[in-house]
Design a protein. Structure first.
Length: 247
């Protein structure tokens, strides 16, 4: 699996694995990367694998912010993730978190995403979380085969989330809802999820949760009107057949 390209510079911020770990052996196709203001930090070594499921808990430290990152990566397949970020500067900080996991190879034809954020204002009493220049929406999902990531069409969230009022006392929750998509069956062996946003105001806190899943589209169930027409047609056919036999 090749991760999506996220703008970065050469050095990485410091980080600490806050779960059980770091793990001794990380499957080469698992991936976890955090980016704060263009500085990329590979936190894959904080992933702990147990059978089909892997978990991640890590904290990234930088001069402009800290990020507490959480994820569950499952090959069955789904990725759930969370990030709590605290801004240290009055200006805007850009965050991006990329997660990837191998999945059971198969022909997948449906995907969903969901997410939401809670924002607590900082010292200025006016905090905004908004989309970043990295991607037009907060959350996006990708299916990959070999070297080719494909957007799954479940891009989610564009509206800013604002907390305004008494400093450090106002929390606003913005549910981004759910996005779903069906598509022609395609062979994927990896799943990736990207969360990216901006946050301003010294001391402000943004706490995200979300998930991306991939699977097969359920069989189409006819609407009640269609079922009625089908039943009526079958009845008429039976009546005509019975009349012919009677003659």
């Amino acid at each position: 699996m090749i991760g999506l390209l996220i703008p970065s510079v050469a050095r990485a911020d410091e980080f600490r694995c806050t779960g059980v770990g770091p793990a001794a052996v990380i499957p080469p196709t698992l991936l976890a990367i955090g980016t704060i203001n263009g500085v990329q930090t590979n936190i894959t070594s904080c992933i702990v694998t147990d059978g089909k499921q892997s978990t991640l808990t890590a904290t990234i430290f930088s001069a402009s912010a800290t990020a507490e990152v959480r994820a569950v990566l499952n090959s069955d397949p789904f990725i759930s993730f969370g990030a709590t970020t605290t801004n240290f500067i009055p200006g805007t900080t850009t965050f991006a978190f990329l997660f990837g996991t191998p999945i059971v190879p198969g022909l997948y034809s449906a995907a969903t995403s969901t997410g939401g954020v809670s924002v607590t204002d900082g010292v200025a009493g006016n905090t905004t979380v908004a989309t970043s220049g990295i991607f037009p929406t907060y959350i996006s999902g990708y299916g990959t085969l070999g070297l080719a990531p494909t957007n799954l069409g479940v891009n989610l969230g564009t509206a800013p989330c604002v907390a305004t009022g008494t400093p450090f006392a106002v929390t606003t929750t913005c549910n981004q809802g759910t996005a779903s998509n069906t598509f022609a069956p395609a062979l994927y062996d990896n799943l990736e999820a990207l969360l990216t946003y901006t946050q301003n105001d010294t001391g402000s806190v943004a706490s995200w949760s979300g998930a991306v899943t991939i699977g097969t589209a359920p069989p189409r169930v006819p609407e009640p009107t269609s079922l009625t027409l089908i039943a009526t047609g079958a009845l008429l056919t039976f009546v005509q057949f019975a009349r012919r036999r009677k003659r």
